[in-house]
Write a protein of this length. Structure first.
Lengths: 341, 336
């Protein structure tokens, strides 16, 4: 497999994070699963990049690979992740720890699992501040109040002494965000950060994240399965399928003119778009998601692809290299000229 | 009232369900041990579903939508109110009297991973309800299973497999086949596609739509995803903190919401269209505790339209065109 380095990126500034040919594998009883397959993308300062895909697409694994947080027995076996001139994949665990939480922080889907149930909210925010920002107990407490205010937690001083279980899901996610931004990170990785929340609370958290971003210019990598959330919050989008990046474009271009058959199919399957069609019918993607342990070479979407169907089977043997369909709009489908909504 | 003027198949009237709080041990030992606190999960809910109709029940966590579903099926006993099913009030029926009702009303759950017994082959799981309710006998079971599998678009060979050998979408098809096995007339589906990926979700929604038509089923479809509810429902009821706040024909409610909560839900729902972005959150704050329901209108603590009257007077339902009903003192009277 050749390099899948994207062509010209559309940002003017240099990327703050450059991911190149990242390969993460999981050994399984039925063979090796390539969860992230030569994944490449850039993240620019102040930008929100969406990483979207369904279960098993490799979006979360990619996100976790960036900070060395791939769960056992998974392993990053190739690629590079450049952040401020250093390859994070080559850092010692100790150096990586000082980047993690300070320069690059992360929020997850389930704040209950990320917060320690036996410590108060104040203790947990304070811990980060004392370790990374070398604050005293008193300073950390005052700063924690300021942070809780900042993320919209009412009666913040009283909340310092609350335990996670005493808070609602939305409030817990606000606490996680307070911890994540406490060291003024340059990059925030958000892995399905609003998935477990109710619609109105998700809406509040998205608004909060984008407001924080406007204030401090951090870049956000927003991992989600929800195309609606991606459309509402991201500047650019990377679409993944079966471990591969299949398409990468600005959010506007991706939703208006998708150039990979998988993205096209995914958008057509949404009930929102069905409502806008004359017959009002949903167009499901046929077949089942692929089994990653038994993937054959070529395009993993070919068996379900409406565009591949009429073609001769040899055309399934595509390289999955990204090529430019338009300026700044990359697709892994060599037949992209025929692909569209 | 039903669309065709006949009796509704299912009619729920003033349904109330309370849950007693488990108080912390210290309180139980030292503080007023006799006084109990109740969470009012469902607080006077009324609606009806006509034969062949799909009612979408929409709400966020804590709205009481799942409690309503469980109470209709008598998996929970209602504290007050009536549940008329085909002319009989089932709220007071005994266990044995419920047998036939249970056959005719079946449920599909959100998570096909936990709603199917992992040790039971798919065939047995599908045959079981039909055998229990005497719809088929042992000799006809295999044929029945085959028929059910075909109905949900699975090959007959699936009968010999275990749930873990199937994908999420296939499992939800099995769960639907199992629900249909005893030939019910009503399906109560509680978030049946919420755990599924978009591509599979569309398959299951199309399947449900086809089955509703082919089998002339009546459905209560519970979900939090507005786009999904809009797609499948003839009418919708929007729930907030134990009450229905707005109900009516789906397109009416979605195109011209008359309750601020419905309006906020529609604004907050992430639309897959980047040109329709909003930067400010549609609604502030969290849903209040069911132990401590606000006075007057229960949405007023989060409502951007709230006036003084809202804190004092619980708004009554007001009817608009086409049996579109909402309970709000303010929004319906605003112009423009």
């Amino acid at each position: 497999m050749g390099s899948r380095t994207p062509g010209a990126s559309i940002g003017i500034a240099d990327p703050i994070l450059a991911v190149r040919d990242l390969v993460t594998v999981f050994p399984s009883s039925r063979g090796i699963v390539v969860a992230a397959n030569h994944v490449s993308f850039d993240l620019h300062p102040g930008e929100t990049m969406g990483l979207v895909g369904e279960s098993g697409s490799g979006k979360s694994v990619t996100c976790r690979s960036l900070l060395g947080l791939v769960p056992e027995p998974g392993e990053v076996i190739a690629g590079s992740v450049y952040f401020e001139g250093q390859n994070l994949l080559e850092l010692s665990p100790r150096s990586l720890r000082s980047v993690r939480g300070r320069e690059i922080s992360m929020i997850f889907q389930d704040p209950m699992a990320s917060l320690n149930p036996v410590y108060t909210v104040g203790d947990q925010i304070g811990e980060t501040l004392r370790i990374h920002r070398k604050m005293s107990r008193k300073q950390a407490r005052d700063e924690a109040v300021r942070l809780l205010d900042h993320v919209g937690i009412p009666s913040s001083r009283r909340r310092l002494d609350s335990y996670p279980h005493e808070l609602s899901g939305g409030m817990r996610q606000r606490v996680m965000i307070a911890i994540a931004i406490s060291c003024r990170p340059k990059i925030l990785l958000a892995d399905e950060a609003t998935t477990a929340l109710d619609v109105t609370i998700q809406d509040q958290i998205l608004a909060l994240l984008l407001e924080l971003q406007r204030e401090n210019g951090m870049a956000i990598l927003f991992v989600s399965h929800d195309l609606g959330v991606i459309a509402q919050s991201c500047d650019r989008v990377t679409v993944m399928y079966a471990g591969y990046v299949v398409e990468q474009a600005t959010t506007t271009a991706l939703f208006a003119r998708p150039r990979h058959p998988y993205t096209v199919a995914l958008l057509k399957a949404l009930p929102e778009l069905a409502a806008e069609r004359a017959d009002g019918r949903l167009v499901p993607i046929r077949g089942q998601p692929p089994d990653l342990a038994t993937l054959s070479p070529g395009c993993p979407f070919a068996p379900r692809c409406e565009f591949a169907d009429a073609e001769d089977p040899s055309r399934r043997e595509v390289s999955m290299m990204l090529e430019e369909a338009e300026r700044g709009h990359l697709t892994a489908c060599p037949f992209h000229a025929k692909v569209g909504l | 009232m039903s669309a065709n003027g006949s009796q509704p198949l299912l009619q729920v009237q003033d349904l109330v369900k309370r849950f007693k709080a488990r108080r912390p041990l210290t309180e139980r030992m030292w503080l007023r041990p006799s006084e109990s606190r109740y969470a009012v999960a469902v607080d006077g809910v009324s609606f009806s579903v006509a034969k062949g109709e799909t009612l979408g029940l929409v709400g966020e966590s804590g709205s009481g939508k799942t409690t309503v579903a469980r109470t209709i099926l008598r998996l929970l006993d209602p504290d007050e109110g009536s549940i008329m099913f085909d002319g009989v009030d089932i709220a007071g029926l005994s266990r044995s009297e419920l047998q036939d009702v249970r056959r005719r009303m079946q449920m599909v759950f959100q998570d096909p991973y936990s709603s199917l017994n992992p040790r039971m082959k798919v065939g047995s799981a599908i045959a079981e309800p039909a055998l229990v309710h005497g719809v088929v006998d042992r000799s006809g079971a295999a044929r029945h299973v085959e028929e059910m599998l075909e109905l949900v678009g699975l090959p007959a060979s699936a009968a010999e497999r275990y749930p873990r050998q199937l994908s999420g979408g296939q499992r939800q098809r099995i769960a639907i086949a199992r629900a249909l096995s005893a030939r019910p007339s009503v399906l109560i589906a509680d978030e049946p596609v919420s755990a599924l990926d978009v591509s599979v979700q569309a398959q299951i929604l199309n399947l449900l739509a086809r089955l509703l038509q082919e089998l002339d089923l009546t459905m209560v479809f519970i979900a939090h995803q507005l786009s999904v509810v809009r797609h499948i429902s003839d009418r919708v009821a929007i729930m907030y903190l134990g009450r229905i706040v707005e109900t009516g024909p789906t397109n009416r409610v979605f195109d011209a919401p008359q309750h601020p909560y419905t309006k906020a839900l529609l604004e907050a729902a992430p639309h897959p269209d980047p040109s329709r972005r909003h930067t400010r959150a549609a609604v502030r704050g969290d849903i209040p505790s069911p132990f401590d329901i606000p006075s007057g209108c229960r949405f007023r603590t989060r409502c951007s339209y709230a006036i003084e009257r809202c804190a004092v007077e619980d708004p009554a339902f007001r009817t608009f065109e086409q049996k579109h009903v909402a309970a709000c003192h303010v929004l319906p009277f605003r112009k423009g």
